[in-house]
Design a protein around this ligand. Structure first.
Ligand code: HEM
Length: 202
């Protein structure tokens, strides 16, 4: 399955790059903040750091859960990393819900991020419930959907790069990106998990 393996490698590299970029927030230097939101973030530092701590952890560990080799060789580690991922989604998701009302771009952006946060919490919870009930195929399905939403952090930043490259207006593009960064990911994950229910990684 060469294409799936290449896809996994691209997903892991892109996720790791965004983790490294986002981790610069832990220098606690406001100069590194998203410029248009610097003043807002300075007055909402607690939810910002709660969100970034959880979200960065989820994006860092998530891709490794889809490596069949790691899952089969070290099943105990799959469980440990899985618990870390789900706790990280919970912390990142609660932080995201607190940040959504103050997101750049107003109510449309806020609603996009709030729906993403709810979908993130729901898919993670459904994945946990499925594995506790012993429904392994359902667990795979929900975890693919959950990570497709975590990966919105990557698609959002790729879209921001495209907006800059195409000289589009940032202010009007951002609210659309708050939805476009995750709805296609989720649809693709739903299609993939229906077409290949037993395939959850390379
Ligand atoms: C998947 C669910 C997620 C939701 C609902 C969400 C929501 C948000 C919201 C509402 C903001 C404030 C945006 C603004 O000021 O306009 C934000 C900022 C941020 N988020 Fe997330 N986020 C998610 C995932 C992630 C992930 C996985 C990462 C990991 C890298 C991440 C890293 C950040 C960072 C670093 C910021 C600060 C702004 C920036 O530098 O881009 N988020 N997030």
């Amino acid at each position: 399955m060469r294409i799936t393996r290449a896809g996994w490698a691209v997903m892991t590299v892109l996720s790791t790059l965004i983790v490294a970029m986002s981790a610069t927030y832990f220098r606690f230097d406001p100069e590194t903040y998203f410029t248009s939101q610097r003043a807002t973030y300075l007055s909402h530092r607690l939810p910002l750091y709660v969100h970034i701590f959880g979200a960065v952890t989820a994006l860092a560990v998530g891709p490794w859960q889809f490596s069949r080799r790691l899952r089969e060789r070290w099943p105990r580690w799959h469980r440990r990393i899985g618990v870390t991922y789900l706790l990280a989604c919970l912390v990142g998701g609660v932080g995201a819900l607190l940040l959504a009302p103050i997101a750049y771009g107003g109510a449309v952006s806020g609603a996009g991020f709030a729906c993403l946060a709810v979908a993130w919490l729901v898919t993670g919870g459904a994945g946990l419930r499925a594995v506790l009930d012993g429904r392994v195929i359902d667990h795979r399905r929900w975890m693919v959907r959950s990570f497709a939403l975590t990966f919105a952090a990557v698609t959002l930043r790729l879209m921001l790069l495209a907006v800059a490259a195409a000289h589009l207006d940032f202010r009007t593009s951002y609210p659309a990106i708050a939805w476009l960064c995750w709805v296609p990911n989720l649809l693709l994950a739903c299609w993939f998990t229906r077409a290949r229910p037993a395939a959850a990684g390379q």
